[in-house]
Design a binder for this molecule. Structure first.
Ligand code: COA
Length: 92
């Protein structure tokens, strides 16, 4: 049974999806898209019975290896205040 997951993908300066295009517009003042590839992490979680055992940290480390191999150089994590626990792992 999978106990933890996270989803991330490249975020480009010109996105076709309206929500992603809106996000890029909101980030205009704080993220440089020119000359760098941006990894966008937008959702993830660990089943409640399996939390606190390093599963999300392990996924994050694997994702970092993958991102570097893809030449993604900037890591951008989005969450909301209502997902309080995500703020702890956003710095990971
Ligand atoms: C946040 C969440 C993903 C953490 O998963 P996890 O497998 O328990 O995390 P890990 O055990 O790998 O811990 C990762 C890091 O976060 C820290 N951390 C995890 N939960 C924390 C909490 N509740 N408070 C503070 N720090 C926390 C750990 O100390 C660890 O830090 P470190 O790597 O510096 O040692 C999990 O609690 C969860 O799924 N929460 C709900 C997610 C959610 O709301 N998703 C919807 C929006 S995307």
């Amino acid at each position: 049974m999978p106990v933890s997951f996270k989803v991330g993908h490249e975020l480009r300066l010109y996105e076709h999806d309206p929500k992603l295009a809106d996000l890029v517009a909101q980030l205009e003042d704080c993220v440089e898209f020119d000359n760098r590839r941006v990894l966008y992490q937008w959702i993830g979680g660990t089943r409640s019975d399996w939390r606190g055992q390093g599963h999300f940290r392990a996924l994050t480390e694997e994702q970092e290896v993958w991102a570097l191999a893809q030449r993604l150089r900037r890591d951008l994590v989005k969450t909301k205040n209502k997902f309080y626990e995500m703020r702890a792992v956003s710095r990971s």
